[in-house]
Design a protein around this ligand. Structure first.
Ligand SMILES: [Zn+2]
Length: 247
């Protein structure tokens, strides 16, 4: 009998895929466990293995390995971000299963600036603040992954309330209120104050560009008013000075 073209295991009846489904385009064969690996990586390729070469399979596995590595290094990056937040209980965050999902949930350029643990809609999870949004992530055993997004520009306000030991955070968006409960008291307060601060200073570049454009626009209008004689040279210069001070 022949051997598996990938792992060299001797092919017997018991480890040879049925109906020739393990056969490649050159007639060589893969064993059932290698066939399963191909099927996991690319079911379409496994389904029509006879159209593919050994090289196709090797490339497939390489691609898969690269993707896994990228996800892994992104996860490391995220964990470093979380450690650098210097949260008192960062070890308990890093142990949560939601953390492993973050490479798939967060954009490449998204930066975590705060986290709390709590419950939302009966699920226990983490509320993350990033440079773009708040996002509640809850990975349950039975129902899988739940992700709820609150983009910063949709949040009208954020409030906290505290009891004896635990606190809650209310996120107000247009027409909706989300309440995250059972947050450690002090964290509920620092988190919501942090987000409130962030919401109160619209320091993103989009806004700055918009106001610059607006000022230039108004200057142009002023210039037209001067041209048409409505404003005198002095009046124009005075207004112009005021506008330029705003830039
Ligand atoms: Zn094999």
């Amino acid at each position: 009998m022949a051997n598996c073209i990938l792992c060299s295991t001797e092919l017997k009846f018991i480890n040879t895929p049925t109906f020739g489904s393990g056969k490649l385009n050159d007639g060589s064969i893969v064993c059932t466990s290698c066939f399963k690996k191909i099927n996991n990586a690319d079911p379409k390729m496994a389904f029509k293995l006879k159209n593919h070469s050994l090289n196709d399979i090797k490339n497939l596995f390489d691609e898969k390995a690269t993707k896994n590595e990228q996800a892994l290094s992104r996860l490391e990056e995220i964990k470093i971000q979380i450690r650098q937040l210097n949260l008192t209980n960062s070890a308990s965050f890093l142990g949560r299963k939601e953390i492993n999902e973050l490479p798939n949930i967060l954009a490449q350029s998204e930066i975590i600036d705060n986290i709390v643990q709590g419950t939302y809609n009966n699920g226990h999870g983490i509320l993350i603040s990033t440079n773009r949004r708040l996002v509640f992530i809850d990975k349950g055993i039975l129902y899988g992954l739940k992700v709820e997004d609150f983009p910063l520009d949709k949040i009208s306000s954020i409030q906290y309330e505290t009891g004896l030991l635990l606190g809650g955070i209310k996120i107000y968006t247009s027409g909706n209120t989300a309440k995250i409960d059972n947050i450690e008291k002090l964290s509920a307060r620092t988190f919501s104050e942090f987000v409130r601060d962030k919401l109160s200073k619209p320091n993103n570049s989009v806004n700055n560009v918009a106001s610059e454009v607006n000022i230039l626009d108004q200057l142009e209008k002023l210039a037209k008013l001067k041209e048409s004689g409505i404003l005198s040279e002095d009046e124009f210069n005075e207004q112009k000075k005021k506008f330029l001070e705003k830039l």
